[in-house]
Design a protein around this ligand. Sequence first.
Ligand code: PRX
Length: 629
Amino acid sequence: MGKSKDIYYPSKKVVENATVKDYDKLYKKSVKDIEKFWAEEAKRLEWFKPWNKVLDDSEFPFYKWFVGGKTNIISNAIDRHLKTANRNKLAIIWEGEPGDIKTYSYHALAREVCEFANVLKAMGVRKGEVVTIYMPQIPEQVFAMLACAKIGAVHSVVYGGFSHEAIAERVNDAKSRVIITADGGYRRGKPTQLKEIVNKAMEIAPTLEICITVKRTGEDVYMENDRDYWYHELKSLPIAGHSCGTEEMDAEDPLFILYTSGSTGKPKGLVHTHGGYSVYTSATHRMVFDIKPEDRWWCAADPGWITGHSYLVYAPLINGATLFMYEGAPNHPYPDRWWRMIDKFGINILYTSPTAIRGLMRYGESWVTKHDLSSLRLLGSVGEPINPEAWKWYYRVVGQERCPIMDTWWQTETGGFVITPLPITPLKPGSATKPFFGHEIAVVDEDGNEVAPNEVGALVLKNPWPGMARTILNDPERYKDTYWKKFEEKRWYHAGDSAKKDEDGYFWIIGRSDDVIKVSGYRLGTAEIESAVVSHDAVTEAAAIPLPHELKGNAIHVYAILKEGVSPSKQLEKEVKDHVAQVMGPIAKPEEIVFVDSLPKTRSGKIMRRVLKARALGEDEGDLTTLDD
Ligand code: PRX
């Protein structure tokens, strides 16, 4: 790769290898007729019955894609590979944190998924029913997701770092009857206690009737008759046969729900479908990462997030690649764990987050360079803006100045990449570069006028795309209000991010413009954090804001008002922090809690978080006309 003025050009070899050789040409063609573009992509997949309409926009903003088409994501992720040489190819290579390794060919994966699917059927799981999954990063988590999809059940994966309250809230919203978990997983050498957390969730989630537990750590767990079942016991029964038909689904039938934080306290259950999502995730993955049949692909995200759903599980399987998956912490037992595994398994592409890169960067280069990373061809980044320093380290030390970095901007709502380079794109560190095919994207002011180059504005997506979330479970009005109301007449999707576009048409994402905080790439709502703080006995009111943090990107800082008669202390600060971690999960633990006597509010009583942030950063507090004294 060559470099000039902080622009990094791809090498001849990368360009020769690339699936897409001319971005501008294909881009123009794609936006001239998005339906034609997406229909061509959809034809690469297998359908039980083809669609009769590519896009139905008659019920804006509730778009429908591939209307009338019948498919199941499993026909493309598994079944069709069994008819080709891929059958005996490795689908999954997994390494557990203690060092145990498991591998599954597509044939073996198909058997595991059929067995799991048959177990679910025997437990009475039916098409359309929501099954909750709360698991460590073990192969069974992937099998469970795929098994649900196969029989037409809708999975709702809850990240394994969340608390029992968070599980219960999601289960109660989706009215889930069955939950799949494990006794635990390994993290930093210690077993986690997942089943115990599920047991607590079951006490406050009345719809849950059945819990299926996979044995991973062998720790003692509490199980109840007629409610709790060990997966390995069910799997050994005649009900768990090796074959199971793949349910014929409507293209628009839901594949999964994934909850994400928004501006209010209640997480949003975004709904993704079988048809459009299959097309969108596989097309973006194939073109952006130049996926080749022999590739070993590692998406280091947890399946509990959208990145894990789209690019750890579904897209690589649809594209017939070999996916690698690792259970534990990146620095366990030593900071070279990742580099060791890349060397050992000959990984070709690594897709991870800026937080992970910054975390590994601080241990120094020698942990990386002592391993042979010559198998790497491409690198990827996702989840938050990557600071140029981390970008350059990733590029120089991990990619050895050979591997372009695909900095992909997207969201739980978009299903897949939206702003992203291709391997042929000249790169500017810190910019996610240009729109993916089919997308017209702008940075606009309050009234929807495009702002001048390098000026900050709101990011809007002008065209619908097949991978878009279709609605919010049980709350279509909220879906409309959150994403479509602001520019309703123009029918633009309002992403909730602020951004700039430079004179070369490159996009630079600044961050969330709503009350969402990105901590280590995790998405948390200020309202959820504040309500967790206030649920502590000593606190009456609280405001949470993000402040820059060297490793995490942002850290949570809380300003809290104590109840009458309670005195602030270091001990109390620690207690409240631990309380938030307990209620929401460790990722939400605040960095700092400042006890204050009052909070800046508007006259109508809304907390002005931007004022708190400006004060903390020593910046101009901006327009204070609405501030109540
Ligand atoms: O603010 C953007 C940031 O992550 C948000 C979406 O979060 P989530 O739904 O959890 O999905 C994360 C994984 C796709 C966006 O609104 N974001 C994501 N990718 C990038 C990013 N910010 C800058 N650059 C990125 N590459």
